[in-house]
Design a protein around this ligand. Structure first.
Ligand SMILES: [Cu+2]
Length: 94
C-alpha cells in the first residue's frame, strides 16, 4: 500500500502559501493570425506563446486562423503575444 509522502497538515500549509502569493486575473483573448498553413505552424505558435510567463493555456485553430490565449492579466498582456507571434513569422490581424 502506498502512503502519502507528506503529512496532511504540511500539504495544507503549502497550498495555503501558494494561494496567498497573489490573486490572479485570468483572461482569455482570441487573436486572428494570418500565415498558418500546417501543423508545424500550429506547434511553433503554441511553443512561443507557452514560453511566456503568465500564459496559462494556448489553443490554435488552423482552419479558422485563430489563436486563443488564456493568461494572467496581472502578469502579461496582449502586446507580448502579438510580438511573439510576429517574431515567429506570422501576422496578427486583431
Ligand atoms: Cu506550417
Amino acid at each position: 500500500m502506498v502512503r502519502a509522502a507528506h503529512p496532511t497538515e504540511e500539504v495544507a500549509e503549502r497550498f495555503g502559501k501558494v494561494a496567498q502569493t497573489r490573486e490572479k486575473k485570468m483572461e482569455t483573448i482570441v487573436l486572428n493570425v494570418r500565415g498558418m498553413s500546417c501543423g508545424g505552424c500550429v506547434s511553433s505558435i503554441m511553443n512561443v506563446l507557452q514560453a511566456i510567463d503568465g500564459v496559462d493555456g494556448v489553443d490554435v485553430s488552423l482552419e479558422r486562423g485563430q489563436v486563443t490565449v488564456r493568461y494572467d492579466a496581472g502578469q502579461v498582456g496582449v502586446a507580448a503575444f502579438k510580438d511573439a507571434i510576429e517574431d515567429a513569422g506570422y501576422d496578427v490581424a486583431g
